[in-house]
Design a protein around this ligand. Structure first.
Ligand code: SF4
Ligand code: SF4
Length: 179
């Protein structure tokens, strides 16, 4: 199995674990898509490097840029990449328990950090817009077809991405904004 295949598999395992945890929490998300309009909703979504790699690999085609305050994958109010959505998309619920979501977020982040450490991927935790922009605008970030075993090394330096915060801060901010 290639390194990329392993990473994809490991991210998938984190998502499966996450979905199992979320099934035990009563988040009552009706998938209305409102919170995917970040600007209108006052919501922020942060994503990690391995999630971006998983996303690009499985969604296929050019990754869309986020040119407005709305996730470009929300079309007609619905998520068009639902099976591949990010951990933040899965965890956040406007009706959820912020404390439990924070804890889950920290656990998921820890698992993604472990994936990064294992495969020597630079760990980044960035705003969705910055992450999508990085992948869509960086010609070297083509993992599906690249012959290089680690093409992401060239484009994922920590200095390229300047929007960082901890998962707890993010979820806490989101819930503060909704109160
Ligand atoms: S990936 Fe899907 S769930 Fe996540 S913000 Fe975009 S439209 Fe919403
Ligand atoms: S978390 Fe709330 S706003 Fe977001 S999709 Fe679910 S029900 Fe809609």
């Amino acid at each position: 199995m290639s390194t990329l295949s392993q990473i994809i598999q490991e991210v998938d395992t984190v998502y499966q674990w996450l979905d199992e945890q979320l099934a035990r929490m009563d988040s009552s998300c009706r998938a209305c898509g409102d919170c995917c309009d970040f600007e209108a909703f006052g919501h922020k979504l942060y994503i990690t490097t391995p999630e971006l790699m998983y996303f690009q690999h499985l969604v296929g085609g050019p990754v869309k840029s986020m040119t407005t305050g709305v996730c470009p994958y929300r079309i007609d109010g619905k998520c068009t990449v639902y099976p591949y959505r990010f951990s933040g998309c899965r965890i956040f619920s406007c009706k959820g328990n912020a404390e439990k979501e924070n804890a889950l977020c920290e656990q998921a982040i820890s698992k993604f950090k472990t994936v990064c450490d294992k495969h020597r991927i630079p760990y980044n935790y960035v705003y969705l817009q910055a992450g999508l922009e990085m992948v869509s605008s960086a010609p070297d970030f083509k993992m599906k077809n690249s012959k290089s075993p680690r093409p992401w090394d060239a484009v994922l330096g920590p200095t390229q991405l300047d929007i960082f915060c901890s998962p707890s801060e993010r979820v806490a901010v989101v819930h503060e904004e909704l109160v």
